[in-house]
Design a protein around this ligand. Structure first.
Ligand SMILES: C[S@@+](CC[C@H](N)C(=O)[O-])C[C@H]1O[C@@H](n2cnc3c(N)ncnc32)[C@H](O)[C@@H]1O
Length: 387
């Protein structure tokens, strides 16, 4: 096997070890479990340490398979590239790799010509102190999430909230205005407010939902939290609109079926700077399409639904790009927390893009579709109404 561990270090054999391996796969055999740790979304960061701790290289999880260097200046790296980076780092004087998982730290240390693995338990408090995260225990209680759903619901809101927090990081100081569409009990809105407020930001939240009982519940939660910067409104988002410049970010967590399209329409119409939307069920395409190039997939119901999910979200991304948004598609939480774990992040960066509108048009033509979201392109003059 083309791999060896070579003791290096000036005058002090065994100070650190260069791991020479043909490729990252061999490296993974040397560091058992590293591959699964790096691709585990729960792993919040990895650190490479030199023996004297005078050099530490930190990578933080951003979302999906991307890691960002702690200095936040350099480009994000993909999980596969991170393995190579670690491998290179270990050959450059770093001799200890620490992976931070929610409940434990996994430490790989060069020792005695080999690699020693140590697992250390992490307490909640220690984690919060280390990461500078606010304590969310009180908030979890105030939100009144039913016990049976608490873990999954709270994790979704928390992980979505963390990505939103990062997306807002570069935004000007001053009150951040958040619009939560199809907010339900606005778990997400409250968690996001909590995260941002803990980071010293002033925040104002407006939640919209068609269900009066849920909107009443939002008011009740705000009162319990003694939080006055929240307003909640009963409205149908299918005919909702906002004034340009009214909000800094629009979020939407699991707005069912075409409600996510309504959120996109609202954002595009008002040229809102930032949207984060995690779609829910996507039925529209399945109801609309009759004959299309992938008709044969429809024989298998489950696969047809997956095809509809992918094409619906892909089309949403195209429309957003056509309207001048830069789009990222992220996985915001693990599939066992919710299989509906796709997050569309769209940031307004340019004027309309006719090339993307043409791609969207070609797709609609091939699949003989006219979904509701096409109206956004029509209203912007990027598509003829009769098509
Ligand atoms: C799956 S829930 C998601 C709620 C919340 N965002 C969350 O993740 O907990 C969908 C929400 O959409 C709301 N809703 C359904 N139709 C709506 C409409 N036309 N306008 C506004 N909200 C609507 C429902 O009342 C419900 O609260």
């Amino acid at each position: 096997m083309a791999c060896s561990i070579v003791p290096c270090g000036l005058g002090s054999p065994g100070r650190f070890y260069m791991i020479i391996a043909e490729d990252a796969c061999i490296m993974l055999r040397l560091l058992p479990g590293l591959g699964s740790i790096l691709s585990d979304e729960e792993c919040e960061r990895v650190e490479l340490h030199s023996i004297l701790d005078d050099a530490v290289l930190v990578f933080l999880r951003e979302g999906a398979d991307a890691w960002i260097p702690a200095d936040r200046q350099s480009e994000p790296v993909h999980t596969r590239e991170l393995q190579t980076t670690i491998q290179r780092g270990l050959g450059q004087g770093y001799d200890r790799l620490v992976c931070f998982l929610p409940r434990e730290e996994v430490v790989y240390a060069a020792e005695g010509g080999g690699v020693r693995l140590k697992r250390l338990a992490r307490s909640e408090q220690r984690r919060d102190a280390e990461t500078g995260r606010p304590d969310l225990t009180g908030l979890a209680d105030a939100l009144g999430i039913p016990k049976s759903k608490r873990k999954a619901k709270f994790r979704q809101a928390y992980q979505f909230g963390r990505i939103a927090e990062q997306a807002l990081a570069g935004m000007e100081k001053g009150t951040l205005r958040i619009l939560d569409l199809a907010c339900g009990r606005s778990y997400l809105g409250f968690v996001l407010v909590h995260l941002l407020a803990a980071g010293g930001r002033e925040v104002a939240l407006h939640g919209v939902d068609s269900d009066r009982a849920l909107v009443d519940k939002c008011h009740e939660i705000a009162r319990t939290l003694r939080w006055t910067n929240g307003t909640f409104e009963v409205a149908d988002i299918a005919d909702y609109s906002v004034a340009p410049g009214a909000y800094d970010i629009v979020v939407s967590l699991h707005a069912c079926d075409t409600l996510t399209d309504e959120a996109i329409r609202i954002v595009c119409e008002a040229q809102m700077p930032l949207l984060l939307a995690a779609p829910c069920c996507q039925h529209e395409f399945r109801h609309l399409w009759k004959e299309h190039p992938l008709q044969w997939v429809s024989r298998y119901g489950l696969l047809e639904q997956r095809l509809a999910d992918v094409l619906t979200d892909g089309f949403r991304c195209l429309v957003l790009e056509a309207m001048g948004y830069q789009v990222k598609v992220l996985r915001f939480t693990a599939p066992d927390v919710t299989p509906k774990n796709v997050l569309i992040q769209a940031r307004l960066t340019s004027g309309p893009r006719p090339d993307r509108a043409r791609d969207a048009e070609a797709f609609l033509k091939r699949f003989r579709l006219r979904p509701r979201l096409a109206a956004v392109l029509e209203a912007a003059g990027l598509r003829r109404r009769s098509q």
